[in-house]
Design a protein. Structure first.
Ligand code: PLP
Length: 411
């Protein structure tokens, strides 16, 4: 590269990535093949429109690439092209979600129909994503969030309450799938809630898509009308997103295609779409199946060891790639091990100094502020890509404990 300034910075970031223990639950390391597709000449081409219906000439090859990506996406999640459609053009997860709302959720306002403008999503503080109707996001500015929370007692979803809220509020759409929820989601119960409220069910599987692809987490496709996902988290692809929609007489796929382009975006990034296709192929291999299973085993090992060292794990454990640790524990460290009493901000800073990268995170019913919450979120997808196993994560848990505990261990 002739640009030495940027070259130096890329090298510095490469070095940082290599050295750090990366426990950010939404990150991963892509293959050389994915990087090669991303850095290819495909970035030079405009391809506004869809395969066979472009606004620019010269798109013969691009059509083939986009169609291949679509084919692989359906195949990976065992979907028949007669029953499901997929749009591979969303530039990232947030615009994918906004495109679905644009397509399916009518605007509110005084003359709107019942339920118009309402998106029912988990509140941010309990593990939902900004684009599930939070007021700082477009999803909460143009639509109104009907929020739901986890149960205070169990810290898992309360499906009865969910159904009640859906029946009384009658939202146009319910979103299931979160950024900081460690447990298996009962998609059938979400379907029941959606039916009770006459709403569409959208599953945002951004976080656990790779686990589903690898058979380590239940698939939502039996129950959802629409499924969105990022490609760059557990699915281990480039930064991009996909929108799957059920094909029936409601024509969801046509509405969603129109919402993505020309509703929200211009020309698709075909270099990115080619990289998506590469990642989807990689995710369909037996090696990836093993990887997905290992990610979950590693998260359990990390969670169990931290719990043994007397740290409080939200909901008591994990069924996925991520866990939430209550590092504050109401400011009352356990007396035997001095675990607790560290705010999420300080916890993440102390860990970063020691080369462990995590993010601070609110815990359900957090009494502290989002800028300095009570916990941290840990994920195992990235380090599992680098070959780490349960014993490595047990060692990481012990290191985290040593860094975070206050005072000396008494036994
Ligand atoms: C990461 C994430 C998104 C947004 O993805 P971006 O690519 O950062 O825009 C949306 N929903 C959920 C559940 C996510 O975890």
């Amino acid at each position: 590269m002739k640009d030495t300034q940027i070259k130096k910075l890329i090298d510095a970031e490469k070095k940082r990535q290599k050295k750090a223990i990366n426990l950010i639950a939404s990150e991963n390391y892509v293959s050389k093949d994915v990087l090669e597709a991303l850095g290819s000449e495909l970035t030079n081409k405009y391809a506004e429109g869809y395969p066979g219906a472009r606004y620019y000439g010269g798109n013969e090859v691009m059509d083939k690439i986009e169609n291949l990506a679509k084919e692989r996406a359906l195949k990976l999640f065992k979907l028949s092209p007669n029953e499901w459609a997929v749009n591979v053009q969303p530039l990232s997860g947030s615009p994918a979600n906004i495109a679905v709302y644009l397509a399916l959720v009518p605007q509110g306002g005084p003359d709107a129909s019942v339920g118009a403008g309402k998106i029912m999503g988990m509140s941010l503080a309990h593990g939902g994503h900004l684009t599930h109707g939070h007021k700082v996001s477009a999803s909460g500015k143009f639509w109104t969030q009907v929020p739901y929370d986890v149960s205070q007692k169990t810290e898992v979803l309360d499906y009865e309450e969910l159904k009640q809220v859906a029946s009384s509020e009658k939202p146009a759409l319910i979103v299931a799938g979160f950024t900081a929820y460690p447990r298996i989601i009962d998609f059938k119960k979400f379907r029941d809630a959606a039916n009770a409220g006459g709403a569409y069910l959208m599953v945002d599987m951004s976080h656990f898509a790779g686990l589903i692809a690898g058979g380590a987490y239940p698939s939502p496709f039996l129950y959802a009308d629409v499924v969105t996902t990022t490609v760059h988290k557990t699915l281990r692809g480039p930064r991009a997103a996909l929108i799957f929609s059920r094909k029936d007489n409601r024509e969801l796929d046509k509405k969603i295609d129109k919402a993505v382009f020309p509703g929200l975006q211009g020309g698709p990034h075909l270099n990115q779409i080619a990289a998506v296709a590469v990642a989807l192929q990689e995710a369909s291999t037996p090696v990836f199946r093993k990887y997905a299973a290992q990610v979950v085993k590693n998260a359990r090992a990390l969670s169990d060891e931290l719990a043994r060292l007397e740290w409080r794990i939200i909901s008591g454990g994990t069924d996925s790639h991520l866990l939430l640790v209550d590092t504050w524990m109401n400011g009352n460290p356990s007396t035997s091990l001095m675990a607790g009493g560290v705010g999420g901000k300080e916890a993440s800073e102390r860990l970063e100094k020691a080369g462990i990268i995590v993010n601070k995170n609110t815990i359900p019913f957090d009494t502290r502020s989002p800028v300095d919450p009570s916990g941290i979120r840990l994920g195992t997808a990235a380090e599992t890509t680098r070959g780490k196993k349960e014993k490595d994560f047990i060692a990481i848990a012990r290191k985290i404990d040593r860094i975070l505990r206050n005072g000396d261990r008494t036994h």
